[in-house]
Ligand binder design. Structure first.
Ligand code: BG6
Length: 480
């Protein structure tokens, strides 16, 4: 019996996202024997480019270390094909269809995956062109889209409606690449396969939750794009909020993607719209030594820009489990560290007359770099002293799982799409809720041109940050 055929079409194939993320992810799947066979890979974009040049551009972005990988890269190169065309003309899409049909076997199942590595203003016309001209009747059709899914609730709804005219929700895969990260995927297991955590994951035991995203570099080179969006739209409304829902959701009935997403969306529904009282925003200036430029020193950024490059906001989920527990989401560019983590801080030990200075327990799930889970706990200081001291119980992936490969997030997500698994993709109602929470605040910041607080490139963030976080119950206890 003939095997099902799969054709992967990357639209926007001459752009940065495709070169940096999509094609390397497809190569990663090939390398690990996870790409379906037979398969065709078709690049599509407006730029006229000959095939040799396209192949060269794609493969030059992929790092290979061994001879075997170099050989494989040659195989991959041979699989790549390219066709140019417009994003709004039926004739171009008909040409794409004819091109694909020349590559595909003539009979049997012919699946098609359309990866839109494109700006959202063409989602609608490309969705239409594909649905009307390139859709297969002999297999599945799946379309992958990437953020930004609009700028606010109304524009996101418009985009959703444009796509929904031609594609059913179960054919659409909205990527939030944080959902493909190993430690994000670990959250459900940590919570629901461990009695010692599951039993204390609530307001009776937890004081506050912090989800932190820190990047040590600025928007160098992307200032133009970034200025239109700012850090709240770029990172907080999607990546950090998705992590929050996984930390806070109730146990789904099963691991069925719809059951998981039902629970995630319920968390969002409980959350109120953010106000300016719940957030502090910042924008970086040149570094202390003057070697690193400030955000507004970038020529592509307007001199009077008020786009935040840093934000810390507090959210509440007023349900039975979480009522009163602050969830603090913190993100920023050009900070002192490269780190993404979830920090769950427990309450102080009640009635602790013996050790009144004991620090609170924390469980920290480090997403990157160096994946780890660690618990901060009190321990007796070894030796003659009877004093308690803060220590760590640590599961460090580099040491515990030596030799295990942690797949790249895009690779993991692309495999999910090929397997038709929606668990790690954003559903339309989730997206709507996420925008509902942020839209009034974003509009107010922009309408009133609220000026972000300055912070120096390479610092911890704007002055007042520690006080803001402490005002929401976080107690900082450093290891001795
Ligand atoms: C992207 C943002 O979605 O995520 C970038 O647009 C950000 O600004 C990036 O740098 C962070 O992703 P990662 O996987 O490097 O943590």
């Amino acid at each position: 019996m003939a095997k099902d055929n799969t054709c992967i079409v990357v639209l926007g194939a001459s752009g940065d996202l495709a070169f940096k993320k999509t094609f390397p992810a497809i190569f990663g799947l090939l390398k690990h024997g996870l790409l379906p066979q037979p398969v065709q890979i078709v690049g599509y974009a407006r730029t006229k480019m000959d095939l040799a040049k396209f192949r060269e551009r794609v493969t030059s972005q992929i790092k290979v270390a061994s001879d075997a990988d170099r050989k494989l890269l040659e195989t991959f190169k041979g699989l790549l094909t390219y066709v140019d065309g417009q994003y709004d003309q039926a004739a171009s899409f008909q040409n794409l269809r004819a091109f694909i049909e020349r590559l595909e076997p003539r009979s049997g199942v012919r699946n098609r995956l359309f990866y839109m590595a494109l700006p959202p203003n063409v989602f609608g016309s490309v969705g239409k062109g594909l649905r009307e001209n390139v859709y297969t009747a002999n297999g599945w059709n799946r379309v992958v889209v990437e953020k930004p899914f609009g700028r606010d609730l109304p524009t996101s709804n418009e985009l959703a409606a444009a796509l929904a005219q031609y594609w059913k929700e179960d054919e659409i895969y909205r990527i939030d690449h944080y959902l493909g990260k190993e430690m994000v995927k670990n959250l459900l297991i940590l919570r629901f396969a461990n009695q010692f955590l599951g039993g204390i994951w609530d307001r009776q035991h937890i004081s506050n939750v912090q989800i932190t995203f820190k990047e040590p570099f600025g928007t160098e080179g992307r200032g133009g794009y970034f200025d239109e969006f700012g850090i709240i739209r770029d990172v907080m409304q999607n990546h950090l909020l998705q992590v929050l829902t996984l930390v806070a959701m109730e146990k789904p009935i099963s691991l069925d993607p719809e059951h998981v997403r039902d629970e995630k969306v319920k968390v969002l529904r409980y959350m109120k719209e953010l106000t300016t009282n719940d957030i502090m925003i910042g924008q970086y200036t040149a570094s202390e030594d003057g070697k690193k430029p400030g955000y507004k020193d970038d020529k592509t950024v307007p001199k009077d820009s008020v786009a935040p490059t840093f934000a810390t906001a507090v959210f509440f989920i007023p349900n039975e489990r979480w009522d009163g527990v602050p969830f603090i989401l913190k993100c920023g560019k050009a900070l002192d560290d490269a780190k993404v983590e979830v920090r769950v801080q427990f309450n102080s030990v009640p009635g602790n007359t013996l050790y009144p200075n004991a620090a609170r327990n924390e469980i920290v799930i480090r997403l990157q770099p160096n994946e780890a889970v660690y618990i901060k706990m009190m321990n007796k200081k070894p030796g003659m002293s009877g004093q308690p001291v803060i220590s760590e119980l640590e599961l460090n992936y580099g040491r515990r799982y030596t030799g295990e490969r942690i797949p790249d997030a895009y690779e993991a997500l692309l495999l999910d799409v090929l397997q038709g698994d929606h668990s790690n993709f954003v559903r339309d109602d989730e997206l709507r809720e996420a925008w509902r929470i942020f839209t009034p605040l974003l509009h107010k910041l922009e309408r009133e041109r609220i000026v972000p607080l300055p912070y120096k490139y390479g610092s911890r963030g704007p002055k007042g940050l520690d006080e803001f976080i402490a005002s929401h119950g976080f107690e900082r206890h450093d290891l001795p």
